[in-house]
Design a protein around this ligand. Sequence first.
Ligand SMILES: *[C@@H]1O[C@H](CO)[C@@H](O)[C@H](O)[C@H]1NC(C)=O
Ligand SMILES: *[C@@H]1O[C@H](CO)[C@@H](O)[C@H](O)[C@H]1NC(C)=O
Ligand SMILES: *[C@@H]1O[C@H](CO)[C@@H](O)[C@H](O)[C@H]1NC(C)=O
Ligand SMILES: *[C@@H]1O[C@H](CO)[C@@H](O)[C@H](O)[C@H]1NC(C)=O
Ligand SMILES: *[C@@H]1O[C@H](CO)[C@@H](O)[C@H](O)[C@H]1NC(C)=O
Length: 385
Amino acid sequence: MKKQKITTFVKELNLRMKKEPIISLRYIHILGTVVFFTSVSSLVILLALYLNQRLKTSLFLVEDYHTLSSNPLTSPSLSPPPPPRRSSGSNVSDEELMLHTAMVPRGEMVMNETHPKVAFMFLTRWDLPLSPLWEMFFKEHKGFYSIYVHASPESTEEPPDSSVFYKKRIPSKAVEWGKPSMMDAEKRLLSHALLEPSNARFVLLSETCIPLFNFTTVYTYLTRSTRSFLGSFDDPRPMGRGRYSPKMLPHVSLSDWRKGSQWFEVSRRVAAEIVSDRRYDAVFKAHCRPPCYMDEHYLPTLVNKICPEMNSNRTVTWVDWSRGGPHPARFVRKDISVGFLDRIRLGSNCSYDGEVTNVCFLFARKFHVSTLEPLMKMAPYLFAL
Ligand SMILES: *[C@@H]1O[C@H](CO)[C@@H](O)[C@H](O)[C@H]1NC(C)=O
Ligand SMILES: *[C@@H]1O[C@H](CO)[C@@H](O)[C@H](O)[C@H]1NC(C)=O
Ligand SMILES: *[C@@H]1O[C@H](CO)[C@@H](O)[C@H](O)[C@H]1NC(C)=O
Ligand SMILES: *[C@@H]1O[C@H](CO)[C@@H](O)[C@H](O)[C@H]1NC(C)=O
Ligand SMILES: *[C@@H]1O[C@H](CO)[C@@H](O)[C@H](O)[C@H]1NC(C)=O
């Protein structure tokens, strides 16, 4: 069709050219102009389409980059995402939870309209037999602490609504002691605690732990420290370096390898680093097999690798290994006395933000339920009431 039209037009033109040479020249001029402008405008349109496409692609890439690898350490202005849906109580996927926590703010000071809080995270087998002592510890300090309890998924007992532990259980999964499932439970606790933006420090405790000082002393000690209290040391013996496997290379070398107590206290930044770690988690799950135990080596090594300057390398939870054997000493009713407690409370020297102090431990384990009665009697002394 078009071709035909053009040919007839050209034929006509030739005819006219013969007839009226001057008019034909004008025709050629007009035709040239039309062709020129048509080509220019189509070029412009094509260019615009191309640029638009490029722009869209790069914008998408930027967005994608942001959600995948946003590092809240460098972008503290990110607002916290809504907490994950609690699917009928107990089944929030860990992946979903950790994705959410990977995006929460990590800054040291998080809010200024409220006090920073200390998150007390209880990793328990069943219930909390020493809870009356803890109730006394927390009394009158509402607003300065948060409580999270990870218990056996089978235990459904709820404390009375007057208790500080009322409705503090997080959706929990079965934990095998000494197995990677225990590490997962610790990360689950940290993830939940990180969702509360006012939580600034995070303590992991067991059901056999007791507080050694009153709340004010513990709170001040933790919130004023610039460093975390996560035990991390190089143990040259077989129960230290002997548990390292060269299969962890190139991610973890023998000189990176550390050991330490499971019972840690960390700042918000270190807590966020721990829950977002996938790399070392996978290395340890693959190559830390008995006699290597993830709960004794993974966090001490991880923190040594990624943020050593943020750690004091010591724990604030006292335990007695002096009796030897694979388990630390467990204390019962007859062990409890003021002298015994004061030796734990004030009987050692350590460094606190560069200063020497004799207050090195804020918590102690392992206390049998039979110690509750003497401890409750001693509480006014312990808490300097
Ligand atoms: C809940 O978790 C269990 C294992 O932990 C899984 O088998 C099950 O499919 C989950 N249910 C839902 C509804 O996500
Ligand atoms: C935070 O503190 C600053 C100064 O102390 C104040 O100007 C600001 O309004 C506060 N912001 C909030 C959200 O309270
Ligand atoms: C803790 O150990 C790391 C090395 O593992 C070191 O860089 C850091 O300075 C130590 N912290 C203190 C307070 O000594
Ligand atoms: C702690 O230090 C003080 C003075 O520096 C010293 O008298 C005391 O013996 C030390 N205690 C321990 C357990 O090392
Ligand atoms: C907490 O204990 C300290 C000593 O460790 C004491 O000076 C202080 O008065 C106590 N605070 C309260 C509120 O009991």
